[in-house]
Write a protein that binds this ligand. Structure first.
Ligand code: UT7
Length: 324
């Protein structure tokens, strides 16, 4: 079987930056509370005329150029998003048109904040099943569109952005390169602790995010560390072999908890939550892009990716990054 390599990363953040202090001018909150409870200092926010597919296209172009490919080379586009432009068609099909990626089939994956690990796993499985050799996997969100700006317990936590990776089947690469293992879990009984109170079937509206933050927090470290243990076991690896934890960026306290559970040194964790806030499905590829482009993550490094969100849905992946 071919190794399935991660050969390119890319990202895009909307131009507008909203600091905690700016938020505090229209929400009853303050910079100190947000920083202390979450680690967030600022978030990016889409412009009025900017769509999720626009963010996704910009991140995809960056990833394609990083991998030395063009859109014509891509066989499948899998886009993790909770905030597509329209209820249908999929945002992925819009991206396919905008990129002129005529050979690619395209669809969205909906697993909210866990969307990127789900999409990565789906792309990996489809390449392994011979449905194509090159995949563009994107996480893109205009999550601020789902926020209730009168609910300070949620609206300070999220931001907008997009990240993308390229996966390529390579028959000559060693088997210990590329995607090494994926683990996915769902427990639908926890729907009520993190959901949106609207939808095409339920209300005919988009709805707003509702969250019992403390409850979600309680599940996060326990479920993520257990999924990571499974992913390590599946890949026949130990935590000491992990070079970088690239976690979903929801809360610095969850990230630090995971770092301690894994026993990794603090400087082996990629943290972007202070600058991006929680960008849902975009947060892992945004963090990945930053650490690859600033030279921390290099070819051959083992990455541990993990995320949890609405569903509850969660998962973990291990990847040896780059080309041999
Ligand atoms: O990606 C999806 C996964 N989501 C997550 O991972 C989120 C997980 N949860 C969390 O990150 C945390 O639970 C939060 C950051 C959401 C909340 O932190 P917390 O330490 O659990 O705070 P809390 O909800 O217990 O609130 C403590 C206090 C409350 O006041 P009282 O009742 O103690 O007087 C809140 O009303 O903080 C108050 N509060 C705020 N104060 C200022 C809540 N939101 C704010 C705010 N600004 N924005």
């Amino acid at each position: 079987m071919s190794a399935i390599l991660m050969t390119g990363v890319g990202a895009y953040l909307p131009e507008r930056v909203v600091s905690n202090d700016e938020l505090a001018t229209f929400v009853e909150t303050d910079d100190a509370w947000i920083k202390q409870r979450t680690g967030i200092a600022q978030r990016h926010m889409v412009a009025e005329d900017e769509l999720t597919s626009d963010l996704a296209v910009a991140a995809a172009q960056d990833a394609l150029s990083h991998a030395g490919l063009t859109a014509k080379d891509i066989d499948m586009i899998i886009l993790a998003t909770t905030t597509p432009d329209d209820t249908f068609p999929s945002a992925a099909s819009v991206v396919q048109r905008k990129l002129e990626a005529g050979s690619a089939f395209a669809f969205d994956v909906q697993a909210v904040c866990a969307g990127f690990v789900y999409a990565l796993s789906v792309a990996h499985s489809m390449i392994a099943a011979n449905m194509g050799k090159k995949a563009l996997v994107i996480g893109a969100e205009s999550f601020t569109k789902l926020l209730d700006w009168e609910d300070r317990t949620t609206c300070v936590l999220f931001g907008d952005g997009a990240g993308a990776v390229i996966l390529e089947a390579d028959e000559t690469a060693p088997q210990d390169y590329g995607i090494l293992s994926n683990v996915l879990h769902t427990d639908g009984r926890y729907r009520d602790i993190l959901y949106v109170d609207g939808g095409p079937s339920a209300t005919g509206t988009t709805g707003h995010v509702r969250m019992e933050g403390k409850e979600v927090f309680r599940h996060a470290v326990e479920k993520l560390s257990s999924a990571m243990s499974e992913a390590l076991e599946k890949a026949d690896m130990s935590a000491e072999q992990v070079d970088w934890l690239v976690p979903h960026q929801a809360n610095i306290r969850i990230i630090d908890g995971m770092q301690k559970k894994l026993g990794l040194p603090a400087d082996r964790v990629v943290r972007t939550v202070s600058q991006h806030a929680n960008t849902s499905a975009a947060s892992i590829p945004l963090a990945l892009n930053e650490a690859v482009k600033d030279g921390r993550i290099q070819s051959g490094h083992v990455l541990a990716l993990e995320a949890i969100g609405g569903g509850l849905s969660w998962g973990a992946s291990l990847v040896r990054f780059g080309r041999p």
